[in-house]
Each structure stands twice: as structure tokens, then as C-alpha cells.
Design a protein around this ligand. Structure first.
Ligand SMILES: [Zn+2]
Length: 262
């Protein structure tokens, strides 16, 4: 009995000392947010193909869908991507707090969206709840300054701006600054912004119902070379019901819809 206890004690000491040695040291400065970003963990991000920039330069003025007011910063259809940025001093004039469950308690900017988007997101989350799908907000509005700090954090963590830019927008290029995007998650993935949110029943519901409330899955799997971002099942963007429905029915990203002659 005593020998067994001694062995157990030795094992415990060995285990604890092992843990202490393997604890990673962190050299990067934490981001200036109350919650650290969790986007995609530590995986190695695929970079866009070499010809991405040559073949897919999305410049304002080249769109084939002139009826969509994607150039208008005041429109909920405004296009914000790596080729079309927002002014550094742009703050949406009608930001409101979104009344949905969040993964944190603080009343901070990331609870906000533009009014129309906020109201439709509240409808979406309530409709999901009716079907026992519980969605949580993780991150909504983000100021230019917050995005700047966040991008600097990812650049330091991932080693280059190019790598960081696959998962994090450069300041001015984030839909979060437009107040039209929300990152969402569920308890089933521990409220994280992780790729396997895309395998949950919550995502399955979102994918097929979001458009009814004006939202699109902005960075789908398989379209990374077009959107310029890794697959982000958690990032939904408000564009209005009509446009979201068209994109859903035609299974197109916003860039494809605007710029491809389909
Ligand atoms: Zn996002």
C-alpha cells in the first residue's frame, strides 16, 4: 500500500514538473481587447495563389452590377475588402447595441452594429432560438484603431503581414469597422471563432437561414482565393434581405456577384 502511494506521489511530481517545462512562453503583446482573439488557433494559414493579385484586382468602377450601391459608404451594401477600404476616420453614424446573448459581459464597442443590421440580427437570433439553435455574438463593430492594433498583434504572432492578412483585415479593410459584420459562435465549440464551428448544427442553421434576415456567410470554404481570407464560418455580414437572398440562391460570394460576368 505504502509503495503504491509512493509511486503515485512520484508520478504526480513527475507530471507536474513536465507541465511546468512545456508551458509555452508568450512573447507577443496581448491585443488591446478585453477578450483575446481566438481566430483559427495556431494553424498555418494558406496564402493566396500567386496570380491572385494579377487576376483578381477588384477596383471600384469595374463592377458588372451597377445597380448595387456597393460604392456608397452609407449603404448596407457597401463593399469592404482588400481592394476597397473605408476611410480611417469612418465611424458609422447609427451604431446601436445589439440585444442578443454575447460571450462576454462588458458593454463595449464590439456589442454594436448599425441599427438596421442590429435589428435584423436580433430577429435572426430569436428565430434560431425558436428552433433550439442558440447563437452568441462574439465580435461586432470594431473601430479603425482597434483593427489597427489587432492586425499588429496578428502580424507579430504570425511572423508577417501577409500571413496575418489571411485571417485578419488591415485597418480600413474590415467589415467590422462598417458596423455590418458580426462574428458568432455556439456553446458546442466552446464559444470560439474556430473552423469547426462550420461542422455544428448552429452553423448548418445559419447557412440556410441567414439570408432571410439579410446576412451572408462572407468567407466560405473554397472561395479563399476570391475573398482573400481563410474560411470563416463564424463571420456573417449584413447586406440586406434582397441582396443576401440573391447571393444565397446563386451560391456566390459578394465579390463574385459584383464583378464576375455570370
Ligand atoms: Zn469577423
Amino acid at each position: 500500500m505504502f509503495k503504491k502511494l509512493l509511486l503515485l506521489l512520484v508520478l504526480i511530481i513527475f507530471f507536474l514538473s513536465g507541465c511546468a517545462q512545456t508551458t509555452p512562453s508568450t512573447e507577443v503583446t496581448p491585443p488591446p481587447q478585453d477578450n483575446p482573439p481566438q481566430e483559427n488557433g495556431d494553424k498555418d494559414y494558406p496564402l493566396p495563389p500567386k496570380d491572385y493579385v494579377d487576376n483578381f484586382l477588384l477596383k471600384i468602377g469595374e463592377a458588372t452590377r451597377e445597380t448595387i450601391s456597393y460604392k456608397d459608404i452609407a449603404s448596407v451594401a457597401v463593399l469592404v475588402n482588400k481592394q476597397n477600404e473605408l476611410p480611417a476616420d469612418y465611424v458609422p453614424p447609427d451604431l446601436v447595441y445589439v440585444n442578443i446573448p454575447f460571450t462576454f459581459n462588458e458593454k463595449v464597442e464590439k456589442r454594436m452594429m448599425r441599427k438596421e443590421a442590429a435589428e435584423k440580427l436580433e430577429e435572426l437570433v430569436a428565430a434560431a432560438k425558436e428552433e433550439n439553435i442558440i447563437l452568441y455574438g462574439v465580435s461586432g463593430y470594431r473601430s479603425y484603431q482597434t483593427q489597427k492594433a489587432l492586425f499588429a498583434y496578428f502580424t507579430q504572432r504570425d511572423g508577417s503581414e501577409e500571413k496575418a492578412n489571411m485571417i485578419s483585415a488591415r485597418p480600413g479593410e474590415s467589415e467590422h469597422q462598417a458596423g455590418l459584420a458580426m462574428d458568432v459562435s455556439s456553446q458546442s465549440v466552446n464559444f470560439g471563432l474556430v473552423e469547426n464551428f462550420g461542422d455544428t448544427k448552429e452553423y448548418a442553421w445559419l447557412k440556410d437561414h441567414a439570408h432571410k434576415y439579410g446576412f451572408i456567410i462572407r468567407y466560405p470554404k473554397g472561395k479563399e482565393h476570391i475573398t482573400g481570407y481563410s474560411y470563416e464560418p463564424w463571420h456573417i455580414r449584413y447586406v440586406g434581405v434582397d441582396l443576401a437572398t440573391k447571393l444565397y440562391e446563386e451560391d456566390l460570394t459578394y465579390e463574385e456577384y459584383l464583378f464576375f460576368k455570370i
